[in-house]
Write a protein that binds this ligand. Structure first.
Ligand code: BG6
Length: 508
């Protein structure tokens, strides 16, 4: 892989968790893979007063605790830490950006790194447009001497109106090409592998449509609760936090038409078309097509865990959903009539994300099948953990007669022992440095996703009769979500072959 050209990365919100837990370990991994530019520096910006030394030692701690890299000699980490510095700033104050600009140019000159700058907003979303505005005012958005790229983290707005408003404000200051909206699911190897599975193999695409597929199911389950993020989560909920972005992006990649090339807009145009074809869920259909739930207190493997309403930062009468399951259709020629089911939730039995393609049954049953074996063919794309692919199909049981048994054919990424799987942030940061925006959410994709989610948000806000179901922590969500999947003997796939004792690992 190619090294990016020289640049300086400026991180706003550098004293926060995201920087030490995710960004620094990812940048350090790029260093280990020799994928950082020849001349490179990171300037952390934040309101907290830190000296360069304080900042470096905090970041070193972050890397040592959260990086998956092994650095036995230890010298690389010190060399890397040496490329970090800190600039204390009030992000709302325009005059502070003049000082930042001076510091930035000084650093660029010292390093002889040219004038390519990336600005990462690891701040609360309410700050995005203010920071962009102040950078713009200080002349730091102008690209005449080098590129200026802006990375922003989700949430990209709170609903359709605020999402559009954020885009509008940013576009007044910078171009869409300068904006990289991070949806870290798109940085996951296995999410990208959906494209390769579909479009590098001739055997799937002829079957990938309403003629052969009965239904599609996407699950993204987490075993953790809201942890320390109750304050944020209570004003967000699973629909905004997971569905509007990660799950709909996975729907887009699963359902899209083959792109004409790997050029970034070519892929994003196809994802956009899928989202534009989602059949809107009318207010009257919300109770029947969307199930929301909230976890309640329970004992999981002997340990008591509190209900959502007892979590720090959560209102005691909160009606925020920690679980959501939706049934919907895609109105186009490929998918007309095929139901898509998506579900996500916190405090479910395990952490697992997977896409399940259920193929149609054979038109005539010649053989005696195992009890319960009604859907013999499934393709399971496991996003995490135990990343891989599994195909379920029927085989003859040895012996007399024609008894049929459902068996698996599988591939696990971990079997490629010599292949290192980069983290999502590592991949995405590298792509920004290379100027490749394929794996970032484009403005129109974000807005179209909000359009799909909005009627659900409105129905929940306007109709107090729509139920929010409690589900005990450690279970698969409200049992009523099973009713979404209609048909004799059909159910959500139970994604775990072996749930380990601590319930955290789920084998494909
Ligand atoms: C984040 C959500 O975007 O994704 C979190 O804000 C969620 O609530 C996380 O826990 C899940 O990411 P992953 O990579 O652990 O599946």
């Amino acid at each position: 892989m190619e090294k990016p050209g020289n640049l300086i990365l400026v991180i706003f919100g550098a004293s926060g968790d995201l920087t030490s837990r995710k960004l620094m370990p990812a940048i350090f991994s790029l260093k280990m893979q020799k994928l950082l530019p020849e001349k490179f520096a990171v300037i952390g910006c934040g309101r907290t007063e830190f000296s360069d030394t304080d900042f470096r030692s905090r970041m070193k701690e972050g890397i040592l605790s959260f990086s998956e890299e092994k650095d036995p000699e230890g010298f690389l980490i010190d060399e890397f830490i040496g490329s970090l510095s800190y600039f204390s700033i009030d992000s709302t104050k325009a005059s502070d950006y003049i000082k930042l600009k001076e510091g930035l140019y000084k650093k660029a000159k010292e390093l002889d790194a040219g004038e390519n700058f990336i600005f990462y907003m690891a701040t609360p979303p309410s700050m995005y447009s203010k920071i962009a505005e102040n950078l713009h005012r200080a002349g730091l958005a102008d690209q005449s001497a080098g590129f200026r790229r802006f990375i922003i983290e989700k949430p990209f707005g709170y609903d359709l109106g605020s999402g559009m408003e954020l885009n509008r404000k940013l576009h007044e200051l910078i171009t869409e090409e300068q904006i990289y909206r991070i949806d870290h699911y798109l940085g996951k190897e296995t999410v990208q592998n959906v494209l390769v599975t579909r479009f590098a193999n001739g055997i799937f695409e002829p079957l990938w449509n309403r003629n052969y597929i009965h239904r599609v199911e996407i699950t993204s389950a987490e075993s953790i609760g809201v942890e320390e993020r109750g304050g944020y989560y209570d004003s967000s909920g699973a629909l905004r936090d997971m569905v509007q972005n990660h799950l709909l992006q996975m729907v887009g990649l699963t359902a899209m038409e083959p792109p004409s090339s790997l050029e970034s807009n070519s892929i994003r145009n196809e994802v956009l078309k899928v989202l534009q074809s989602l059949q809107p869920i009318q207010a009257a259909d919300v109770p029947g097509q969307v199930i929301r739930g909230q976890y309640t207190g329970s004992t999981i493997r002997g340990k008591c865990v509190p209900g959502y309403r007892y979590e720090k930062g959560v209102a005691e009468d909160s009606r925020t959903e920690t679980y959501v399951a939706i049934k919907f259709f895609i109105n186009n020629w490929r998918w007309g009539g095929v139901p898509f089911y998506i579900r996500t939730g916190k405090r479910l039995p395990t952490r697992v994300t997977e896409i399940v393609i259920h193929f149609k049954k054979t038109p005539h049953h010649l053989f005696q099948r195992e009890v319960g074996n009604l859907n013999s063919n499934q393709l399971i794309i496991r996003i995490q953990p135990d990343e891989g692919i599994l195909m379920k199909f029927d085989m003859k049981e040895p012996g007399a007669g024609f008894n049929v048994k459902n068996v698996n054919m599988d591939f696990h990424y971990k079997d490629l022992a010599d292949v290192r799987v980069p983290s999502a942030y590592e991949r995405l940061l590298y792509d920004v440095m290379m100027g490749d925006s394929t794996l970032f959410s484009r403005d129109d994709v974000v807005e179209t996703a909000w359009k799909f989610v909005e009627p659900i948000q409105k129905a929940w806000a306007n109709d107090p009769e729509i139920k929010i179901y409690g589900y005990p922590s450690g279970t698969w969500g409200p049992s009523v979500s099973n009713d979404l999947i209609e048909g004799c003997g059909l159910a959500w796939r139970y994604p775990c072959k072996n749930l380990s004792d601590d319930g955290l690992y789920c084998e494909l």
